[in-house]
Design a protein around this ligand. Structure first.
Ligand code: AHR
Length: 497
């Protein structure tokens, strides 16, 4: 029997809705063939953007969208993506498949997409191969309503008012594809680019610095010391990238054909996010005890081998129940570290890596990961409830993991939501749910579940509903308390009133 004790008195920490953010790059069929089909497409669209995708993402309350990359961002020159589409220069997408990028989806199209989605844009600027002037002018173009060369061009391109975008990334993976920089060199560059990333009227930029790759704790230390520690307040966020790769980079493992050992390894590697957030957070605490700088996990998710007969540069992979469990583990970690983690972006929304949506021409399917985001949306901007989990282990050979992970919050109407997952693919978990500090006992409990018969189950274009949300009937209130029976390999969100 597992025991979860939840303190129903919040500790005053909000689970920022931006933890449920997304990342979409000019990569494979994320933008082209994903969101963007063009106005002339027979697929229903609004100004070239697919209506079904917008509706699906609005349903899960997508709070923000990071764009245009990724590695692509540090070779992207934004001026190539404005003005009449026919006149836009073409480029080679050197990072992703060497395909021609015709720049038909640029700044105006992206910001229109965010308007249609009702989400906040998060634009990642080019530090690796761009200039301070280029990034500074992009911000001026997007955010200024003064009389200036950039605002004049924007108006000529059909947009009178500035969009007032707050979230700006100053480079991406500057330790790798974004320029192979040392942390010291990047920190100086962040300060230089940061100065000219101006706050135009009505904006207060949320500048996000390129943070560490996985466990590069030295990168975090140098950035915190040289930027935040210097008294400069430019840096509002420090990013962290960590992907769950079950095998080695050269042979990562299949998205759908895997055995239990690979399932276990995937869960183990996904759970590592806890250690990373904890250790990077501890370094940040040394320089920033008031937690003014957020840890922004702006790339996370599973990374498997590409599907057979697809372009290796397009990173197209299927998405099974295993991905749903990985999403649940991550979102629980982010909720539980919400005092430091204030934004996260799953990689990537459509047709790339741990996608929430897959498309094939006019068809679209929602993946198991999509359904986890749907179930977890109740935590967005809710007050976190601290909890402790004592549970059985999931063991394979001599290796063990906690079988159950959980997070909880209370929303503005006093409803408590508890999200749990059981990563054990064989055994159900009985959980004794203990609510502490509540004036009145729980009166009603309802829930939703995602599970499937097999670990490898997934949705296809022929059967898009194999893995989907169902009503959860495994929770009961008795005079002794709340008991929950979590089926093997399941994700559950409970609502307690
Ligand atoms: O998400 C795919 C790639 O992974 C991104 O472009 C890059 O930032 C990371 O290495």
């Amino acid at each position: 029997m597992s025991k979860i004790t939840i303190n129903t008195q919040s500790d005053g920490v909000k689970i920022d809705r931006h933890i449920y953010g997304h990342f979409s790059e000019h990569l494979g069929h994320c933008i082209y063939g994903g969101y963007w089909v063009g106005e002339k497409s027979s697929i229903p669209n609004t100004r070239g953007i697919r209506n079904d995708i917008v509706a699906a993402l609005k349903h899960i309350k997508i709070p923000n969208l990071r764009w245009p990359g990724g590695c692509f961002a540090d070779e992207y020159h934004w001026k190539d993506g404005i003005g009449p589409r026919a006149d836009r220069p073409k480029m080679i997408n050197t990072n992703w498949g060497g395909v021609t990028e015709d720049n038909s989806f640029g700044t105006h199209e992206f910001l229109d997409l965010c308007d249609q989605l009702g989400c906040e844009p998060y634009i990642c600027g080019n530090v690796g191969s761009g200039t301070v002037q280029e990034l500074s002018q992009w911000i001026e173009y997007v955010n200024s309503d003064a009389v200036s060369p950039m605002t004049d061009i924007r108006k000529q391109n059909g947009r009178a008012d500035p969009w007032k975008v707050s979230f700006w990334g100053i480079g991406n993976e500057s330790w790798g594809c974004g320029g192979m920089m040392t942390p010291e060199f990047y920190a100086d560059n962040f300060r230089r680019y940061g100065v000219y990333a101006r706050n135009y009227k009505g904006t207060n930029l949320y500048r996000i610095a390129c943070g560490p790759n996985t466990d590069d704790y030295n990168w975090t230390r140098v950035l915190m010391q040289k930027v935040h520690g210097s008294g400069q307040s430019f840096m509002k966020g420090l990013s962290l990238h960590y992907y769950t790769v079950p095998g080695e980079w050269i042979k990562k493992g299949s998205a759908v054909e895997f055995d239990e050992q690979e399932w276990f390894t995937t869960m183990k590697k996904a759970s590592r996010m806890d250690e990373l957030v904890h250790k990077h957070g501890a370094i940040m605490d040394e320089f920033d005890p008031r937690k003014e700088v957020s840890l922004i996990v702006d790339e996370w998710g599973t990374w498997f081998d590409v599907e057979k007969d697809t372009n290796p540069g397009f990173l197209y992979q299927q998405n099974t129940l295993r991905d749903a469990l990985v999403a649940s583990l991550h979102l629980n970690i982010f909720n539980n570290y919400a005092e430091r983690v204030r934004m996260a972006n799953i990689a990537q929304t459509i047709n790339v890596l741990q996608a929430v949506i897959l498309t094939q021409d006019e068809k679209m399917i929602l993946t198991p990961t999509y359904h986890v985001f749907d179930m977890y949306k109740v935590h967005q901007d809710a007050q976190r409830l601290p909890l402790t989990v004592e549970c059985d282990s999931y063991t394979i050979g001599s290796d063990t993991l906690p079988a159950v992970s959980a997070s909880a919050s209370v929303d503005g109407e006093g409803r408590i939501h508890v999200s749990l997952c059981n990563i054990d693919p064989h055994s159900e978990q009985k959980v004794d749910l203990n609510l502490q500090g509540s004036a009145s006992p729980a009166a009603k409990i309802t829930g939703q579940i995602i599970t499937a018969e097999n670990m490898q189950d997934h949705n296809t274009f022929d059967d898009g509903n194999k893995v989907r949300i169902a009503e959860f009937k495994g929770a009961a209130i008795s005079p002794a308390g709340i008991t929950v029976t979590l089926p093997s390999k399941s994700v559950v969100t409970l609502e307690i009133k």
